[in-house]
Design a protein around this ligand. Structure first.
Ligand code: ATP
Ligand code: MG
Length: 188
């Protein structure tokens, strides 16, 4: 790699579901209140998302492959009921999750992981545990509890670039694709 070229040639990216704009105020409030309780830093409302597949640093030249993978997927629209708040103690984060995630969500994450593997893109291979981080740098871990519920209508997914800044990470949408409502099966 040519000296000084590193920053421009590598990008940090991940596929995610970006929280619907109408849920940003209420979930943003929960993030702020929780951050106060656990002495952490709330995730800014515009950053709230659920990661589907984390790629990490990758050569910018592979971006067309990532865009092709996104465009090749046919996922279903779904509703996710956010009804749990908890914490990952070691990671020092608080999250929101769903006690009953729709089967379409896990199926879509698996399809994405397979498509990435088929395209020769390495990604985090840990099992998919859907969660939305709402607070970072928690000094205490919140006890798991019931919240809401908040119904999140999910009809698109995105490829995001993560850029670190002095105020924490900022995400830039590189592309997004629709998740569609399937027509009912004939005779159903
Ligand atoms: P920062 O790391 O600057 O505090 P961040 O964690 O939001 O901010 P990234 O580290 O770029 O930014 O992560 C982007 C998304 O991918 C986040 O949802 C993060 O939780 C998730 N993520 C990061 N690293 C991994 C990993 N190794 N495996 C799975 N998901 C990851
Ligand atoms: Mg991180």
């Amino acid at each position: 790699m040519a000296a000084g070229n590193g920053e421009a040639s590598a990008i940090r990216v991940f596929y995610a579901l970006v929280l619907a704009p109408e849920l940003r105020p209420p979930i943003g409030d929960i993030a702020r209140d929780t951050a106060r309780r656990v002495h952490g830093r709330p995730v800014p409302p515009e950053n709230l998302h659920l990661t589907l597949a984390f790629i990490g640093d990758i050569a910018r030249s592979r971006l067309p492959t990532l865009l092709d993978v996104g465009a090749s997927l046919h996922g279903e629209a779904m509703s996710l009921l956010l009804d749990r708040l908890g914490g990952f103690r070691r990671a020092g984060v608080a999250w929101l999750g769903a006690s009953r995630p729709p089967h379409e969500l896990g199926a879509f994450a698996v399809a994405l992981a397979r498509a990435l593997a088929a395209a020769g893109v390495q990604c985090d291979e840990r099992p998919f545990h859907p969660h939305m981080t709402i607070v970072r740098r928690c000094r205490v871990s919140p006890d798991e509890q019931q919240i809401g519920p908040y119904a999140w209508a999910i009809d698109e997914f995105a490829l995001l670039q993560s850029q670190s800044g002095t105020e924490g990470a900022r995400y830039r949408s590189l592309s997004k694709w629709p998740l569609t409502v399937l027509p009912p099966l004939p005779g159903a």
